[in-house]
Design a protein around this ligand. Structure first.
Ligand code: HEC
Length: 137
């Protein structure tokens, strides 16, 4: 009996570590899973971005609104006072650029007015990207 229990623990531990190394398999994800991911991303956003960013295009806060950020040209929200660095960057925000930005925005773009955020954890980046995609529909 004890042996079986040990075996089960081993099996569940190894499947956990397997999961840890897997990246998200969006293709196989059910709508419930997708919804859970968006919620996880929203939580990240509330904790790490919301203090400076709203989604409301009419009422920007300290940072520019992030609604429809995917596919948007950097520094292009009318009326927002961007740094020259961001305005002249020539970036069009895609998933790769956003990932680099939230990982280390100050290194990607010296001269930006956005305070350094360092979201280096791949899973946290995945959550945030899912949410940013969600508000870009
Ligand atoms: C301390 C305030 C602050 C925090 C926290 C913050 N930002 Fe920003 N963000 C800014 C400011 C200010 C700008 C404009 C920077 C400039 O003009 O150089 C900006 C710009 C951006 C841009 C470029 C937008 C555009 O219109 O081109 C993106 C994308 C962005 N932030 C994403 C995020 C994300 C995602 C988070 C959370 C992980 C985050 N920011 C956290 C203040 C912040």
């Amino acid at each position: 009996m004890k042996k079986i229990f040990k075996l089960l623990t081993l099996v569940s531990l190894s499947s956990c570590s397997l999961l840890g190394f897997q990246s998200f398999a969006f293709a196989e994800m059910t709508p419930a899973g997708q919804e859970a991911l968006v919620k996880a991303g929203e939580t990240m956003y509330q904790h790490r971005c919301r203090v400076c960013h709203s989604n409301d295009m009419e009422h920007p806060s300290y940072g520019p609104p992030l609604k429809n950020i995917l596919g948007r040209k950097a520094g292009s929200v009318p009326g927002f006072n961007y740094s020259d660095a961001l305005k002249n960057s020539g970036i069009v925000w895609n998933e790769k650029k956003l990932r680099e930005w939230i990982k280390d925005n100050k290194s990607v773009m010296p001269g930006t007015r956005m305070r350094h955020v360092g979201i280096t954890d791949k899973t946290e980046q995945d959550f945030l990207l899912t949410f940013l995609k969600h508000i870009s529909k």
